[in-house]
Design a protein around this ligand. Structure first.
Ligand code: BTN
Length: 241
């Protein structure tokens, strides 16, 4: 394991990607930054974070997983982030599909996983994780965000958090590599936000509807029970209201 700490970079994922392209990279190389000028979120969104306050990290790991199981990597990483937060405050965090970590209805962490594929296999992955740790004020756009400090009322050492996170990620990835897919999914489902609860959603064809999450299917899609029966949604196809 090698940790490279940067003061500022565009995006720790991009920095790690460039490092991996240069060829000289060992397994579990980790980049952290105090600040990102072009922090990236899922589906082309940006990731804002107040300088020096939060954990911004990317982890490079070599893998050997069939691409059809790529969702299990998402499950494994989400579970690892949740387990880490759980050390600080028990039983309040959940995983919002696909891999946001929530504290009640507010987002505390986001994950951006970028895989390298060879034929039908994921051979390596860059796992980017942002966790709001010590930031206490969020702008209006991020009004649905919160941080560990807002929850526990005190600051947390970022290095200490990072080491716990890395250890949890290693454990979950080991399970994944051993093929313990059901166990990983079980832990993910046990902590899934709004699982089995009638909730409001919207999709491209309707304003607002009530549905209940009943499963995640083998493609990693969200399965909802609604008045018209079972409906399956991919990313970008549904919004939690
Ligand atoms: C999301 O919820 O949309 C995913 C956010 C991922 C943010 C992290 S911060 C560290 C790493 N570098 C990035 O540019 N993004 C990820």
């Amino acid at each position: 394991m090698k940790i490279i700490k940067l003061d500022v970079t565009t995006s720790t994922n991009d920095y790690l990607k460039n490092l991996s392209i240069s060829g000289n990279i060992s397994d579990f190389t980790i980049i952290t930054a105090n600040h990102q000028t072009k922090g990236r979120g899922q589906i082309g969104q940006k990731w804002d974070s107040q300088k020096d306050k939060n954990l911004l990290c990317s982890i490079y790991t070599r893998l050997n997983i069939a691409t059809k199981h790529q969702f299990h990597l998402n499950f494994a990483v989400s579970v690892a982030v949740l387990k880490t937060l759980d050390y600080y405050k028990k039983n309040i965090f959940s995983i919002k599909w696909p891999n946001d970590i929530m504290a009640s209805d507010r987002k505390i962490s986001g994950v951006l996983i970028e895989n390298t594929l060879t034929k039908n296999t994921i051979t390596s992955s860059i796992i980017g994780i942002g966790v709001n740790i010590n930031q206490v004020v969020f702008d209006k756009q991020s009004s649905k965000a919160t941080s560990l400090a807002n929850i526990i009322g005190e600051e947390t050492n970022l290095d200490e958090f990072l080491l716990k996170l890395i250890s949890n990620i290693k454990k979950e990835i080991e399970l994944l590599q051993k093929g313990e897919l059901e166990e990983i999914k079980k832990k993910y489902m046990a902590n899934l936000y709004k699982y089995g609860i009638d909730s409001y959603f919207s999709d491209s064809s309707s304003d607002k509807f009530i549905g209940k999450i009943t499963d995640i299917n083998s493609d990693g899609k969200l399965v909802l029970e609604t008045v018209i029966g079972k409906v399956v949604y991919g990313i970008k196809e549904i919004v939690f209201l």
